[in-house]
Design a protein around this ligand. Structure first.
Ligand code: BEZ
Length: 400
């Protein structure tokens, strides 16, 4: 539904590229910065396909943040222009170009899928548009391809894997089989996991990697059943996580082989997996019941607005809006001051619903990773397992 409501029509794009864009001018007095002139935020997210609910949670939280500020940030109304990228990397360049060149957005926010994010970021980097990534963890974007105008409000894939490997090794798990989608997110999460899990004395017996967004898991599950590892480490998210959890339970593995993974396994899909996932341990930079004032206020506001519980994706969307808010305030709402806007976003620190938030020199969050247990439909805090974890930022020269 969101997809159809928010897709930009070809007619609108044409209108904006031509007479329609000029048509806006009479409604808003010059100069462009005049209070009342909207800031255009181009939003590239999946509103259909495997990651649709992730894109929707991010959008809801961003819109709620702005609504809570009376619809304005730094005195400027915010217009979100949303496109559905379907988590399809080939769509990234065309859709980003529509936003950057067609809509001439002031700022970009997107996306969920690492492959789409890499395509989007290449264009954003070249065009110099301040860009906030509210999920996609592609390591390279805050490592070798870091840029002064690219920021993340989420995580790097490697960072998540590093935290998971450390926590599972500390739990005394020795022999695992891994299962992940074969694309940047799965592979980089696995690489991070491998580094700390093997350093902690663990051994990976077998790596299983179906292509994204394949959810035919039967042969993987049969193999796991015959190998009988101490545990399974799995990276799946959105619709794929639901299918993986249901198939894992249906294969009778839940009782015999503990399933672990990044919190993407159980986040954003809570209502679909309530029966299947009780007692499952995951590691993530958020837990639903984190005991801090920001989290309580955020969850109450989200629940009141949407009659639905917030999740980690909503937190990342909320914090993307918070980064933008802080940046815009620093430049008096003038988004054309790109260097000053970028510099301000880079130095923002605040208390997020996830806990203390700041960006590394490479613009990736330095944040706590929590061990959580899924219980009664929620991801419950167990302990702050890897406090203030930073991605290594390998190859990034920002701040050097
Ligand atoms: C990614 O593609 O980077 C990603 C997607 C969903 C959850 C986590 C990471």
């Amino acid at each position: 539904m969101l997809k159809d409501q928010n897709r930009i029509s070809r007619r609108r794009l044409l209108a904006l590229a031509g007479a329609g864009a000029a048509g806006l001018a009479w409604r808003f007095p010059t100069p462009a910065l005049a209070q009342g002139t909207p800031i255009k935020v181009g939003v590239l997210l999946p509103y259909s396909g495997t990651y649709a609910q992730l894109g929707e949670a991010i959008t809801r939280a961003m819109e709620l943040y702005v609504k809570k500020q009376g619809g304005v940030l730094a005195g400027r109304p915010i217009t979100f222009i949303k496109l559905d990228d379907e988590s399809a990397p080939p769509k990234g360049p065309e859709l980003t170009t529509k936003l950057v060149e067609g809509e001439k957005v002031d700022v970009l926010i997107g996306t969920v899928h690492s492959g789409v994010a890499m395509a989007m970021s290449k264009i954003a980097r070249e065009a110099g548009v301040p860009t906030i990534i509210p999920n996609a963890g592609a390591d390279i974007l805050t490592r070798a391809q870091c840029a002064k105008n690219i920021f993340r409000s989420s995580f790097s894939n490697g960072q998540v894997g590093i935290a998971c490997g450390q926590v599972m090794a500390e739990a005394g798990i020795k022999r695992v089989v891994t299962a992940n989608w074969k694309y940047a997110a799965g592979e980089e999460t696995l690489a991070g996991f491998r580094s700390t899990f093997t350093k902690g004395g663990g051994q990976i017996l077998k790596e299983i990697a179906p292509p994204f967004p394949n959810v035919e898991f039967q042969s993987a599950l049969a193999e796991i059943g015959s190998i009988k590892p101490d545990a399974v480490f799995a990276f799946f998210a959105g619709g794929g996580a639901v299918k993986w959890l249901k198939d894992y339970a249906a294969a009778g593995l839940r009782k015999s082989i503990p399933l672990w993974g990044p919190g993407f396994l159980t986040d954003g899909v809570e209502s679909s997996i309530a029966g299947e996932a009780d007692g499952l341990f995951t590691v993530m930079h958020y837990a639903d019941d984190l005991d801090n004032a920001e989290n309580k206020a955020f969850r109450a506001a989200f629940e009141a607005e949407y009659k639905a519980a917030a999740d980690v994706y909503a937190v990342q969307g909320w914090d993307a809006a918070a980064l933008l808010d802080a940046g815009l305030k620093a430049v008096g709402g003038d988004a054309s001051k790109r260097d000053a806007l970028n510099a301000a976003i880079a130095r923002v620190t605040f208390n997020s619903p996830r806990g203390p938030f700041k960006l590394s020199a490479a613009h990736n969050p330095v944040q706590n990773f929590y061990l959580r247990e899924f219980k009664s439909g929620a991801n419950r805090f167990v302990r702050n397992a890897v406090p203030a974890l930073a991605d290594p930022g390998t190859g990034c020269r920002l701040g050097a």
